[in-house]
Design a protein around this ligand. Sequence first.
Ligand SMILES: Cc1cc2nc3c(=O)[nH]c(=O)nc-3n(C[C@H](O)[C@H](O)[C@H](O)COP(=O)(O)OP(=O)(O)OC[C@H]3O[C@@H](n4cnc5c(N)ncnc54)[C@H](O)[C@@H]3O)c2cc1C
Length: 209
Amino acid sequence: MNKVTIIGTGPAGLTAAIYAARAQLAPVIYAGIQHGGQLTTTTDVENFPGFENGIMGPALMEEMTKQAERFGTKIVYDMVTRADFSGRPLKLWAGDEEIETQSVIIATGATAKTLGLAGEQKLMGRGLSTCATCDGFFYKGKRVAVVGGGDSAMEEATYLANLASEVVLLHRRDEFRASPIMIKRAMDHPKIKILTPYLIADTVANDAG
Ligand SMILES: Cc1cc2nc3c(=O)[nH]c(=O)nc-3n(C[C@H](O)[C@H](O)[C@H](O)COP(=O)(O)OP(=O)(O)OC[C@H]3O[C@@H](n4cnc5c(N)ncnc54)[C@H](O)[C@@H]3O)c2cc1C
């Protein structure tokens, strides 16, 4: 039986693995479909402490993987498909394989909700981002568009307005789902221009990237 089973090999899962392995808990970590997690899909990571000149996302995740393995973490390149936490030991399944474990750390992360338009994948990380606090710095002094009408869109727009020359917030409806205080903050900001109703129909991915 595993003492600790970790689901997910993104930064959260691998950090948990490093701690658990160093505590002699012999963690077993399941990678799922994206070993290394979301950072494997990006280029420069500039906000991870210890890398003065930044580090490429895949390289950072490779380092974290090696660090976890060095202390005895066992990585399983499989997807956890089912869980039963109703009794002890806890049970997980990876396909047909049943796993008994004393504890589980769920570090399955998140996936950005994109618009699903042609060209989006090609532009990702090349002018198109899904995280203002991660990538906002790359847009310093530039004109940026934020798409959406919820709290996240308002928050990201307000954050970006401190860096960009102008933020244009585009929303498909005239009403916003965001909380009134967040809407007011965005509307009152001198660098945020709000355009509604605007539906993004397509993205253009030119060869220059
Ligand atoms: C393009 C891009 C650029 C980014 N740039 C930055 C940046 O520069 N700086 C920054 O701080 N943040 C950045 N982020 C955000 C950062 O990647 C996330 O905050 C971080 O990856 C979250 O880590 P996590 O370990 O929680 O989850 P994730 O990285 O999402 O990892 C989730 C893991 O869980 C696994 N998993 C999911 N379901 C299962 C299952 N059923 N069974 C087994 N495994 C499963 C997946 O395969 C994956 O390994 C960026 C994100 C993206 C998409």
